[in-house]
Design a binder for this molecule. Structure first.
Ligand code: AMP
Length: 194
């Protein structure tokens, strides 16, 4: 099963994807994690992405497509995946569709985690205490939220038009949100999470 998780920065999609990975036995593929690893390893990609991430902007689409194509080609992704952080704009959504069509593995489900902006700020401030991400400072978070509104929010409509979207409320506890997501997957795919 191939799932795309959508939601603003701080909506909890990374946390949920990690839990779903265990629960569903599917790899959690986070482009943010892949990019931060590349930065840490000082690869050419990391060197290119570093400053862009620190400004809260988007790494160019062609670079991201290459990264995601490579990752989706790995053995563990052949049984399905949970995508977190990709696609981030309409062009990426179209590229992903084309890529997955070519691989014969279309997206089965897109889940949008809805959350209000105040909760986002509070959650990211909390995360900044434990995770030490260079892009969790107040100014950069503000920019990431603006980039989200302008570029990523339309992706929700893209999946809605294709009949693949379900929205869940992300303001509850981690367990409550997980339960909501699992119920979406169970209803449409009985037995999957048993
Ligand atoms: P995330 O961990 O998903 O919040 O991503 C952290 C940062 O990595 C983003 O603010 C972007 O700079 C970059 N990034 C992650 N995913 C993408 C993507 N699909 N397209 C472009 N940039 C991305």
């Amino acid at each position: 099963m191939r799932i795309v998780l959508l939601g603003a920065p701080g909506s909890g999609k990374g946390t949920q994807a990690a839990l779903l990975q265990e629960r569903l036995g599917l790899p959690h593929i986070s482009t943010g994690v892949l990019l931060r690893k590349a930065v840490e390893d000082r690869t050419p990609l990391g060197q290119q992405a570093n400053a862009i991430i620190d400004r809260g902007e988007l790494v160019p689409d062609d670079v991201m497509l290459e990264l995601i194509e490579q990752r989706l080609g790995e053995a563990d992704a052949q049984k399905g995946f949970l995508l977190d952080g990709y696609p981030r704009n309409l062009s990426q959504a179209q590229s992903l569709d084309k890529l997955l069509e070519r691989l014969g593995q279309p997206v089965d489900e897109a889940i949008q985690i809805d959350i209000d902006p105040e909760s986002v700020i509070a959650r990211i401030a909390k995360r900044a205490e434990t995770e030490d991400r260079s892009d969790d400072t107040e100014d950069v978070v503000r920019n990431r939220m603006q980039v989200y509104e302008e570029q990523t929010a339309p992706v929700v409509g893209y999946y809605a038009e294709r009949g693949l979207l379900t929205r869940v409320l992300g303001t509850g506890s981690i367990e409550e949100v997980l339960r909501l997501i699992l119920s979406v997957l169970e209803i449409e795919h009985p037995g999957l999470t048993a």
